[in-house]
Design a binder for this molecule. Sequence first.
Ligand SMILES: [Zn+2]
Length: 112
Amino acid sequence: MRKVILSRLRTWPGALSDGLILLCSICGERVDLDYNVEDVIWEKLISEEHRRSVVCLFCLDRLAEQENIELFDHIQNIQYAARGRTVILKPTKMFIYDNDNPDAWRIRAFQR
Ligand SMILES: [Zn+2]
């Protein structure tokens, strides 16, 4: 396995590679999806203790929800590391489900 020491990198890598296994510094789970988010949101949501580390998308979303920030509006892309390549995904649509009334199946859709 290739070893990459992130703290020695001058700039954050453009995407995760398929040989790089990182753990979220908040929940400790393996991070399979990388992302880019607006710097202002990163600095608002992530404490200084974690800013030079990896935070998984799910932890970022949970922190955004606690601050009433809709992450969909601020995620620039999501990166999926496939074998030998990285696929960049752009958020284009979001669905919000009405969890308080699951029988209603009311869904609100938002598009960029
Ligand atoms: Zn996490």
